[in-house]
Design a protein around this ligand. Structure first.
Ligand code: HEC
Ligand code: HEC
Length: 312
Protein backbone atom coordinates (compact mmCIF):
# COMPACT_ATOMS: atom_id res chain seq x y z
CA UNK A 1 0.00 0.00 0.00
CA UNK A 2 2.62 2.58 -1.00
CA UNK A 3 0.20 5.48 -1.24
CA UNK A 4 -1.42 5.16 2.15
CA UNK A 5 1.98 4.49 3.67
CA UNK A 6 3.47 7.67 2.23
CA UNK A 7 0.42 9.56 3.29
CA UNK A 8 0.79 8.37 6.86
CA UNK A 9 4.48 9.25 7.01
CA UNK A 10 3.76 12.65 5.54
CA UNK A 11 0.96 13.16 8.05
CA UNK A 12 3.21 12.18 10.96
CA UNK A 13 6.02 14.49 9.86
CA UNK A 14 3.55 17.26 9.25
CA UNK A 15 2.02 16.86 12.66
CA UNK A 16 5.34 17.03 14.47
CA UNK A 17 6.38 20.41 13.04
CA UNK A 18 3.01 22.13 13.31
CA UNK A 19 2.40 24.45 16.23
CA UNK A 20 -0.67 23.58 18.25
CA UNK A 21 -3.07 26.10 16.64
CA UNK A 22 -1.78 25.24 13.18
CA UNK A 23 -2.32 21.59 13.95
CA UNK A 24 -5.89 22.21 14.99
CA UNK A 25 -6.53 24.16 11.82
CA UNK A 26 -4.92 21.45 9.73
CA UNK A 27 -6.98 18.82 11.44
CA UNK A 28 -10.10 20.75 10.62
CA UNK A 29 -9.03 20.96 7.00
CA UNK A 30 -8.12 17.25 7.15
CA UNK A 31 -4.63 18.24 5.90
CA UNK A 32 -6.06 19.06 2.49
CA UNK A 33 -4.57 16.12 0.64
CA UNK A 34 -5.24 12.45 0.05
CA UNK A 35 -8.50 11.25 -1.40
CA UNK A 36 -11.13 8.73 -0.35
CA UNK A 37 -10.45 5.19 -1.57
CA UNK A 38 -12.71 4.29 -4.47
CA UNK A 39 -14.95 1.24 -4.38
CA UNK A 40 -12.69 -0.31 -6.99
CA UNK A 41 -9.56 0.25 -4.88
CA UNK A 42 -11.23 -1.27 -1.85
CA UNK A 43 -12.37 -4.26 -3.89
CA UNK A 44 -8.73 -4.84 -4.87
CA UNK A 45 -7.80 -5.34 -1.21
CA UNK A 46 -10.99 -6.98 -0.06
CA UNK A 47 -10.25 -10.49 -1.28
CA UNK A 48 -10.47 -12.57 1.87
CA UNK A 49 -12.63 -15.69 1.82
CA UNK A 50 -14.19 -16.90 5.05
CA UNK A 51 -14.99 -20.41 6.23
CA UNK A 52 -18.69 -19.86 5.57
CA UNK A 53 -17.90 -19.05 1.92
CA UNK A 54 -18.37 -15.32 2.29
CA UNK A 55 -16.08 -13.57 -0.18
CA UNK A 56 -15.98 -16.36 -2.77
CA UNK A 57 -16.51 -15.07 -6.30
CA UNK A 58 -18.71 -16.95 -8.77
CA UNK A 59 -16.87 -19.62 -10.70
CA UNK A 60 -16.03 -23.28 -10.95
CA UNK A 61 -13.25 -25.64 -11.85
CA UNK A 62 -12.83 -29.38 -12.25
CA UNK A 63 -10.15 -31.63 -10.83
CA UNK A 64 -9.32 -32.57 -14.40
CA UNK A 65 -8.67 -28.96 -15.48
CA UNK A 66 -6.85 -28.38 -12.24
CA UNK A 67 -4.47 -31.25 -12.93
CA UNK A 68 -3.16 -29.61 -16.07
CA UNK A 69 -2.88 -26.15 -14.50
CA UNK A 70 -1.21 -27.55 -11.40
CA UNK A 71 1.34 -29.46 -13.46
CA UNK A 72 2.17 -26.29 -15.36
CA UNK A 73 2.16 -23.76 -12.52
CA UNK A 74 2.71 -25.54 -9.23
CA UNK A 75 4.40 -28.90 -9.67
CA UNK A 76 7.90 -27.52 -10.10
CA UNK A 77 7.93 -26.48 -6.45
CA UNK A 78 5.27 -28.61 -4.77
CA UNK A 79 5.80 -31.83 -6.77
CA UNK A 80 3.39 -33.57 -9.16
CA UNK A 81 1.68 -35.32 -6.26
CA UNK A 82 2.04 -32.49 -3.75
CA UNK A 83 4.99 -34.33 -2.25
CA UNK A 84 7.26 -31.22 -2.36
CA UNK A 85 10.39 -30.56 -4.39
CA UNK A 86 13.59 -28.96 -3.14
CA UNK A 87 12.32 -27.98 0.30
CA UNK A 88 9.10 -26.20 -0.77
CA UNK A 89 6.08 -27.13 1.35
CA UNK A 90 4.37 -30.46 0.71
CA UNK A 91 0.66 -30.04 -0.02
CA UNK A 92 -0.44 -33.67 0.41
CA UNK A 93 0.34 -36.65 2.62
CA UNK A 94 0.95 -36.80 6.34
CA UNK A 95 -2.41 -38.43 7.16
CA UNK A 96 -2.59 -39.25 10.84
CA UNK A 97 0.90 -37.88 11.52
CA UNK A 98 -0.19 -34.96 13.69
CA UNK A 99 0.37 -36.84 16.94
CA UNK A 100 3.85 -37.96 15.90
CA UNK A 101 6.87 -36.22 17.37
CA UNK A 102 7.47 -34.82 13.88
CA UNK A 103 4.03 -34.20 12.39
CA UNK A 104 3.77 -33.60 8.64
CA UNK A 105 1.45 -30.65 8.31
CA UNK A 106 -0.20 -30.50 4.90
CA UNK A 107 -3.46 -29.17 3.53
CA UNK A 108 -5.01 -32.60 4.00
CA UNK A 109 -3.52 -33.49 7.35
CA UNK A 110 -3.58 -30.14 9.10
CA UNK A 111 -5.60 -27.34 7.50
CA UNK A 112 -9.00 -26.61 8.88
CA UNK A 113 -11.12 -25.12 6.09
CA UNK A 114 -11.28 -25.51 2.31
CA UNK A 115 -11.92 -21.77 2.08
CA UNK A 116 -8.39 -21.14 3.36
CA UNK A 117 -6.96 -23.21 0.54
CA UNK A 118 -8.92 -21.27 -2.06
CA UNK A 119 -7.95 -17.97 -0.46
CA UNK A 120 -4.28 -18.87 -0.12
CA UNK A 121 -3.87 -20.02 -3.72
CA UNK A 122 -5.82 -17.02 -5.01
CA UNK A 123 -3.86 -14.57 -2.89
CA UNK A 124 -0.34 -15.92 -2.84
CA UNK A 125 0.36 -18.55 -5.51
CA UNK A 126 2.17 -19.24 -7.76
CA UNK A 127 4.88 -17.91 -5.50
CA UNK A 128 6.49 -15.78 -8.23
CA UNK A 129 3.19 -14.46 -9.68
CA UNK A 130 0.64 -14.04 -6.91
CA UNK A 131 -2.90 -13.06 -7.94
CA UNK A 132 -2.20 -14.04 -11.55
CA UNK A 133 -4.77 -16.88 -11.65
CA UNK A 134 -8.37 -16.38 -12.80
CA UNK A 135 -11.11 -17.32 -10.36
CA UNK A 136 -12.01 -20.43 -12.39
CA UNK A 137 -8.36 -21.47 -12.39
CA UNK A 138 -8.23 -21.11 -8.62
CA UNK A 139 -11.36 -23.30 -8.30
CA UNK A 140 -9.80 -25.93 -10.59
CA UNK A 141 -6.41 -25.97 -8.85
CA UNK A 142 -8.04 -26.03 -5.41
CA UNK A 143 -10.10 -29.02 -6.56
CA UNK A 144 -6.94 -30.76 -7.73
CA UNK A 145 -5.08 -30.16 -4.46
CA UNK A 146 -8.11 -31.60 -2.63
CA UNK A 147 -7.93 -34.60 -4.96
CA UNK A 148 -4.22 -35.06 -4.23
CA UNK A 149 -5.27 -35.34 -0.59
CA UNK A 150 -7.94 -37.98 -1.39
CA UNK A 151 -10.68 -35.62 -0.30
CA UNK A 152 -12.60 -35.43 -3.60
CA UNK A 153 -12.86 -37.83 -6.57
CA UNK A 154 -11.30 -37.23 -9.97
CA UNK A 155 -14.65 -36.31 -11.55
CA UNK A 156 -15.38 -33.61 -8.96
CA UNK A 157 -16.15 -30.02 -9.99
CA UNK A 158 -15.62 -27.37 -7.32
CA UNK A 159 -17.97 -24.35 -7.37
CA UNK A 160 -18.78 -21.38 -5.20
CA UNK A 161 -21.86 -23.22 -3.98
CA UNK A 162 -20.31 -26.53 -2.98
CA UNK A 163 -16.96 -25.34 -1.60
CA UNK A 164 -18.16 -25.11 1.98
CA UNK A 165 -19.54 -28.68 1.74
CA UNK A 166 -16.00 -29.99 1.31
CA UNK A 167 -14.70 -30.69 4.80
CA UNK A 168 -11.03 -31.23 5.60
CA UNK A 169 -10.19 -34.20 7.84
CA UNK A 170 -8.68 -32.12 10.63
CA UNK A 171 -11.51 -29.60 10.87
CA UNK A 172 -12.77 -30.66 14.29
CA UNK A 173 -9.40 -30.91 15.97
CA UNK A 174 -8.72 -27.23 16.49
CA UNK A 175 -9.34 -26.55 20.16
CA UNK A 176 -8.67 -23.62 22.44
CA UNK A 177 -5.03 -23.75 23.51
CA UNK A 178 -5.02 -25.38 26.91
CA UNK A 179 -1.59 -24.34 28.03
CA UNK A 180 -2.01 -22.60 31.34
CA UNK A 181 -0.65 -19.24 30.25
CA UNK A 182 -3.34 -19.04 27.56
CA UNK A 183 -6.18 -20.11 29.80
CA UNK A 184 -8.50 -17.28 28.90
CA UNK A 185 -11.46 -18.51 26.84
CA UNK A 186 -11.49 -17.40 23.22
CA UNK A 187 -14.01 -14.76 22.45
CA UNK A 188 -15.49 -13.68 19.14
CA UNK A 189 -18.04 -11.07 20.15
CA UNK A 190 -18.93 -8.84 23.07
CA UNK A 191 -15.53 -9.66 24.52
CA UNK A 192 -14.06 -8.71 27.83
CA UNK A 193 -12.34 -5.37 28.04
CA UNK A 194 -8.70 -6.24 27.17
CA UNK A 195 -7.57 -4.17 30.15
CA UNK A 196 -9.19 -6.67 32.50
CA UNK A 197 -7.72 -9.79 30.87
CA UNK A 198 -5.15 -11.36 33.13
CA UNK A 199 -1.89 -12.44 31.56
CA UNK A 200 -0.47 -15.14 33.77
CA UNK A 201 3.24 -14.91 33.18
CA UNK A 202 4.60 -15.63 36.65
CA UNK A 203 6.02 -19.13 36.98
CA UNK A 204 3.60 -19.83 39.85
CA UNK A 205 0.71 -19.14 37.54
CA UNK A 206 1.70 -22.07 35.37
CA UNK A 207 0.04 -24.34 37.88
CA UNK A 208 -3.56 -24.04 36.78
CA UNK A 209 -6.60 -23.61 38.99
CA UNK A 210 -7.73 -27.01 40.18
CA UNK A 211 -4.16 -28.25 40.44
CA UNK A 212 -1.85 -29.35 37.66
CA UNK A 213 -4.30 -32.11 36.67
CA UNK A 214 -6.59 -29.46 35.27
CA UNK A 215 -4.13 -29.11 32.41
CA UNK A 216 -5.61 -32.20 30.86
CA UNK A 217 -9.26 -32.97 30.43
CA UNK A 218 -11.03 -36.10 29.25
CA UNK A 219 -7.94 -38.26 29.04
CA UNK A 220 -6.47 -36.13 26.29
CA UNK A 221 -2.99 -36.70 27.59
CA UNK A 222 -3.24 -40.32 26.56
CA UNK A 223 -5.27 -39.87 23.40
CA UNK A 224 -3.67 -36.92 21.71
CA UNK A 225 -0.20 -38.40 21.80
CA UNK A 226 1.36 -35.45 23.63
CA UNK A 227 3.30 -37.79 25.85
CA UNK A 228 4.49 -40.15 23.16
CA UNK A 229 7.87 -38.41 22.76
CA UNK A 230 10.68 -40.51 24.07
CA UNK A 231 13.88 -38.59 23.47
CA UNK A 232 15.13 -36.20 26.12
CA UNK A 233 15.35 -33.45 23.51
CA UNK A 234 11.76 -34.07 22.43
CA UNK A 235 10.41 -34.01 26.01
CA UNK A 236 12.39 -30.84 26.64
CA UNK A 237 11.00 -29.11 23.53
CA UNK A 238 7.42 -29.91 24.45
CA UNK A 239 7.35 -29.53 28.17
CA UNK A 240 10.37 -27.60 29.42
CA UNK A 241 11.45 -25.20 26.67
CA UNK A 242 8.54 -22.85 27.31
CA UNK A 243 10.39 -21.72 30.43
CA UNK A 244 13.94 -23.00 30.10
CA UNK A 245 14.59 -21.75 26.56
CA UNK A 246 13.97 -18.12 27.40
CA UNK A 247 14.51 -17.96 31.16
CA UNK A 248 10.81 -17.39 31.85
CA UNK A 249 9.94 -16.93 35.50
CA UNK A 250 13.60 -17.26 36.52
CA UNK A 251 14.12 -20.66 34.89
CA UNK A 252 17.82 -21.33 34.27
CA UNK A 253 18.37 -21.25 30.52
CA UNK A 254 19.40 -24.26 28.50
CA UNK A 255 23.10 -23.99 27.63
CA UNK A 256 23.84 -21.33 30.27
CA UNK A 257 26.77 -23.20 31.74
CA UNK A 258 27.49 -20.57 34.39
CA UNK A 259 24.03 -20.90 35.93
CA UNK A 260 23.85 -24.64 35.60
CA UNK A 261 27.26 -25.59 37.07
CA UNK A 262 26.22 -25.02 40.71
CA UNK A 263 22.93 -26.78 40.12
CA UNK A 264 24.65 -29.75 38.50
CA UNK A 265 27.00 -29.99 41.50
CA UNK A 266 24.01 -30.92 43.64
CA UNK A 267 24.02 -34.27 41.86
CA UNK A 268 21.66 -35.77 39.36
CA UNK A 269 19.36 -37.26 42.00
CA UNK A 270 18.57 -33.82 43.41
CA UNK A 271 17.93 -32.46 39.93
CA UNK A 272 15.63 -35.35 39.07
CA UNK A 273 13.75 -34.92 42.34
CA UNK A 274 13.39 -31.16 41.87
CA UNK A 275 12.17 -31.66 38.32
CA UNK A 276 9.68 -34.41 39.23
CA UNK A 277 8.39 -33.10 42.54
CA UNK A 278 8.86 -29.43 41.84
CA UNK A 279 10.39 -26.95 44.25
CA UNK A 280 10.60 -23.31 45.01
CA UNK A 281 14.11 -21.85 44.82
CA UNK A 282 15.77 -18.46 44.87
CA UNK A 283 15.10 -17.78 41.25
CA UNK A 284 11.52 -18.88 41.02
CA UNK A 285 9.21 -21.85 41.08
CA UNK A 286 9.88 -25.04 39.21
CA UNK A 287 6.40 -26.66 39.02
CA UNK A 288 6.27 -30.47 39.39
CA UNK A 289 7.22 -31.84 35.96
CA UNK A 290 6.97 -28.33 34.59
CA UNK A 291 3.21 -28.46 35.17
CA UNK A 292 2.70 -31.51 32.96
CA UNK A 293 1.84 -33.92 35.74
CA UNK A 294 0.87 -36.71 33.36
CA UNK A 295 4.42 -36.89 32.10
CA UNK A 296 5.99 -40.19 33.26
CA UNK A 297 8.94 -39.79 35.65
CA UNK A 298 11.15 -41.60 33.12
CA UNK A 299 10.53 -38.85 30.56
CA UNK A 300 11.26 -36.06 33.02
CA UNK A 301 14.54 -37.81 33.79
CA UNK A 302 15.38 -38.01 30.11
CA UNK A 303 14.70 -34.28 29.82
CA UNK A 304 16.89 -33.46 32.82
CA UNK A 305 19.68 -35.55 31.30
CA UNK A 306 19.26 -33.63 28.06
CA UNK A 307 19.31 -30.24 29.82
CA UNK A 308 22.42 -31.14 31.79
CA UNK A 309 24.16 -32.51 28.70
CA UNK A 310 23.47 -29.25 26.85
CA UNK A 311 24.47 -27.04 29.76
CA UNK A 312 27.85 -28.22 31.01
C1 HEC B 1 8.43 -21.09 -7.20
C2 HEC B 1 7.95 -22.07 -6.26
C3 HEC B 1 6.44 -22.16 -6.05
C4 HEC B 1 5.46 -22.33 -7.00
C5 HEC B 1 5.62 -22.41 -8.50
C6 HEC B 1 4.23 -22.45 -6.27
N1 HEC B 1 4.46 -22.39 -4.93
FE1 HEC B 1 3.10 -22.67 -3.46
N2 HEC B 1 4.51 -22.24 -2.07
C7 HEC B 1 5.81 -21.89 -2.34
C8 HEC B 1 6.43 -21.43 -1.12
C9 HEC B 1 7.86 -20.93 -0.98
C10 HEC B 1 5.46 -21.52 -0.11
C11 HEC B 1 5.59 -21.12 1.36
C12 HEC B 1 5.28 -19.67 1.44
C13 HEC B 1 5.29 -19.15 2.83
O1 HEC B 1 5.27 -19.95 3.78
O2 HEC B 1 5.27 -17.92 2.98
C14 HEC B 1 4.27 -22.05 -0.73
C15 HEC B 1 3.12 -22.34 -0.04
C16 HEC B 1 2.00 -22.89 -0.63
C17 HEC B 1 0.85 -23.37 0.09
C18 HEC B 1 0.72 -23.37 1.61
C19 HEC B 1 1.45 -24.59 2.15
C20 HEC B 1 1.46 -24.65 3.66
O3 HEC B 1 1.34 -25.76 4.19
O4 HEC B 1 1.59 -23.60 4.32
C21 HEC B 1 -0.06 -23.80 -0.81
C22 HEC B 1 -1.42 -24.39 -0.53
C23 HEC B 1 0.53 -23.59 -2.11
N3 HEC B 1 1.78 -23.04 -1.95
C24 HEC B 1 -0.08 -23.89 -3.32
C25 HEC B 1 0.47 -23.62 -4.56
C26 HEC B 1 -0.24 -23.77 -5.80
C27 HEC B 1 -1.65 -24.30 -5.92
C28 HEC B 1 0.60 -23.39 -6.79
C29 HEC B 1 0.32 -23.29 -8.27
C30 HEC B 1 -0.77 -22.39 -8.64
C31 HEC B 1 1.87 -23.02 -6.17
N4 HEC B 1 1.74 -23.15 -4.81
C32 HEC B 1 3.00 -22.64 -6.86
C33 HEC B 1 6.44 -21.99 -3.56
C34 HEC B 1 5.80 -22.19 -4.76
C1 HEC C 1 6.72 -22.94 34.22
C2 HEC C 1 8.13 -22.81 34.01
C3 HEC C 1 8.95 -24.08 34.03
C4 HEC C 1 8.76 -25.22 33.30
C5 HEC C 1 7.65 -25.51 32.29
C6 HEC C 1 9.85 -26.09 33.61
N1 HEC C 1 10.66 -25.51 34.52
FE1 HEC C 1 12.31 -26.33 35.35
N2 HEC C 1 12.60 -24.65 36.47
C7 HEC C 1 11.80 -23.54 36.44
C8 HEC C 1 12.34 -22.53 37.33
C9 HEC C 1 11.77 -21.15 37.56
C10 HEC C 1 13.49 -23.09 37.90
C11 HEC C 1 14.44 -22.44 38.88
C12 HEC C 1 13.92 -22.51 40.28
C13 HEC C 1 14.95 -21.96 41.23
O1 HEC C 1 16.13 -22.33 41.16
O2 HEC C 1 14.59 -21.15 42.07
C14 HEC C 1 13.63 -24.42 37.31
C15 HEC C 1 14.64 -25.30 37.61
C16 HEC C 1 14.82 -26.55 37.06
C17 HEC C 1 15.90 -27.45 37.35
C18 HEC C 1 17.04 -27.16 38.31
C19 HEC C 1 16.73 -27.77 39.64
C20 HEC C 1 17.74 -27.42 40.70
O3 HEC C 1 17.76 -28.07 41.71
O4 HEC C 1 18.50 -26.47 40.55
C21 HEC C 1 15.72 -28.56 36.59
C22 HEC C 1 16.62 -29.79 36.55
C23 HEC C 1 14.52 -28.37 35.84
N3 HEC C 1 13.99 -27.12 36.14
C24 HEC C 1 14.03 -29.27 34.95
C25 HEC C 1 12.88 -29.08 34.22
C26 HEC C 1 12.34 -30.05 33.31
C27 HEC C 1 12.95 -31.39 33.01
C28 HEC C 1 11.23 -29.50 32.77
C29 HEC C 1 10.30 -30.13 31.75
C30 HEC C 1 9.76 -31.42 32.08
C31 HEC C 1 11.05 -28.20 33.36
N4 HEC C 1 12.08 -27.97 34.22
C32 HEC C 1 10.01 -27.35 33.06
C33 HEC C 1 10.67 -23.35 35.68
C34 HEC C 1 10.15 -24.28 34.80
Amino acid sequence: MPNLHNYLIAAALGASIFTAPALLAAEKARFGYGSPATAEQIAGWDIDVRPDGQGLPPGEGSVEDGEELYEEKCALCHGSFGESVGGYPALAGGDGSLTDPRPKKTVGSYWRYTSTLWDYIHRAMPFTQPESLSDDEVYAITAYVLHLNDIVDYDFVLTRDNLTDVHLPNEDNFIPDQRPDTRNKRCMKRCKDPATVEVASEAAAYVPEGGPDALYSEGEAQDDGIVSTVTGGGVYERHCALCHAGGIGGAPMLGDTGTWSARIEQGMDVLYRHAIEGYSGEDGIMPPKGGFVNLPDSEVILAVDYIVEQSQ
